[in-house]
Design a protein around this ligand. Sequence first.
Ligand code: HEM
Length: 437
Amino acid sequence: MIHFTFPRKYDAPVVGFYRMLTPCLIIKDMELVKSITVKDFSSFYANEFYVSIESDAAFGGNPFAINGDEWKQKRSHITGSFTAGKIKAMFSNLEAGAQSMSRYLKKLTEAGPKVLEAKEICSVYTLETVLSCAYGVEAHVFDKPNSHFFEMGQKLYYSQYLGTFKFFLSIIFPKISKYIDVRFTNEQTEAQLFDMIRTSLEHREKSHTDAKDFMSTIASLRPKYNEKELLALATAFYLDGQETTGLVMGHLLYELAANPEAQKKLRNEVNDYFGKDGGQVTYESLQEMPYLDACFKENLRLHSILHYLPRVCTKDYTYTFPDGSRPPLVIEKGTPVMIPIFGIHYDPKYYEDPYKFKPERFLDSDIKQPLMGFGEGPRACLGRRFGIAQVKAGVAYLIKDFEVSVNQKTKLPLRTDAWDFLVVSTDGVWLDFKKLS
Ligand code: HEM
């Protein structure tokens, strides 16, 4: 909350506060944000996490939670799996997942419109597509809603409240983190995930295919890492890419339901492209749809998945304000530095009418306003391209085949759960789904 209110309350480039005895900074000035995240990244390359691979193998070995040379090396090893060419090669799996979601919803709504929890549907779609794109597992979760894969998606996170409590405790008192066993992932789910990945890896290694996909990248890293590190790295696709994209997609459906004009405009665009591409949509045409892109960006502005980017100063740093209006700012090594995504995205200085869903503001391709929903600089989201393709493909199919609208069960505006590390709606995203003929 303070990342939202502080920057708005104090008209200053930087706001300081104490977290118990630790001085922390919230950075609002965009020049300084760019210096910290991009230009002078070498002084801020750590994220503020104290989760070890011993207490939580899946999360503790994830690029998001590791720092220093280990982070640099592990991130560089898997970066090649997320190029435009690789995502294009996975596109048929995304399309198959979107079609299977649409078939499932058509069955459900055959007899008339139905009230459904959109975020859950989107999470099943992202589960199915992550499993097939990353691990080559055809789970068909929509056809088998009771499968263990579905359960795996549902139980991914360790007790939400206890996990978040321990996480905050570890941030406030980093030295005790190794004694309190900070965990994000449920142990049982972690074991299931590791089993699935082990099988997929063995299969890949035995099949000697020349497929250049995520699993073959992981297999090629075997000599460099021990079993736990390898599995943790392989799990990154699932941990970072399933819940996040499900959330973004659920929020986008919510905004389209609450803004029927935008929904209509998007449907017209989507139908035009489906018409051109013979009833399907290609990876290239998804990149071309300007209104879909604008809706995606505007939704990311309104509903970031993180409250803030959690950097830590790793080397004493002095910043000189370019206009000389203030004395230089000295940041000491070890100071937590927070980039308040919401505080920036809802600042009327950057976005007029910041609470409104107005995709049109992103139709101007020269727009220079800050959009930090995927983070910034060398630590920015690794799966950005995949996440965008996944959400756009899913939403394109849904909007072509269904009308979504708000109903009495929909909470307007959405409330978020302060106990969740990610920005999750407390009440779910309940929408009416009506099949279009
Ligand atoms: C639309 C969906 C997604 C959103 C909004 C999102 C957002 C983010 C954000 C805000 C960060 C922090 C960046 C920073 O600190 O500057 C991040 C990091 C990361 N994301 Fe995503 N993400 C999404 C999907 C994905 C997917 C699909 C994957 C993998 C397949 C992925 C993998 C990662 C990884 C590995 C990191 C850590 C990067 C590092 O610290 O080096 N994300 N993401």
